[in-house]
Design a protein around this ligand. Sequence first.
Ligand code: B12
Length: 147
Amino acid sequence: MKILFVTTHIFLSEPLGAMMLMAICKNGGHETKLINASRGDLSQNVREWNPDVIAYSTISADIHIVKQQDHNIRETFANGGKKIFRIMGGPHPTYCPEIIDEMELDAICQGDGDRALPTVLNRLEKGESLEGIPNIALSSAGAEKQE
Ligand code: B12
């Protein structure tokens, strides 16, 4: 699967969480790309690269940037475009799980994602249910998408 990781400001240090998860995804045979949500409108990148999954990695200080980008991306794909599975991990969804409803995400990861994310991807690939994966909370839309 093609996983597009989206982080925000690269501030003083590399985005270690997203980088670690990208390595894990690649080891699992997936294709990954990392983009910075703080730079321009991402919709074009998303249209060109055509990911199966968008994986937001977000701290609360930058949630407004991610919300705006996600809004633009969803507008781009609103009319009959491909359904992209949207998941968010990192400190923001860990502390503020209500973001799943605010952004109508398919899933969030609360806490560590190193086992949770590859499990989500493998099940998505096989069309299996995402219920019961430790650290993963699903929206009703995310659960239905597998059916
Ligand atoms: C190192 C660190 C910094 C460093 C480097 C930050 C950076 N850009 O990487 C410095 C000192 C610069 C820093 C600055 C700040 N920090 Co800081 N920082 C940390 C710290 C100690 C570790 C972060 C880290 O690298 N962890 C290791 C990686 C591997 O873990 P991770 O990123 O969390 O990723 C794992 C999971 O979250 C999850 N995951 C992450 N992304 C995704 C995506 C998906 C799709 C999935 C499924 C899972 C997933 O899986 C990963 C692997 O298990 C955390 C506290 C902590 N213990 O986590 C605070 C923390 C992230 N910082 C915090 C804050 C508030 C800040 C500042 C805003 C402080 C300030 N007032 O200026 C700034 C913001 C800087 C910025 N814009 O990035 C808060 C964020 C709270 C929140 N609600 O978002 C934290 C959580 C501390 C706290 N408990 O309050 N920080």
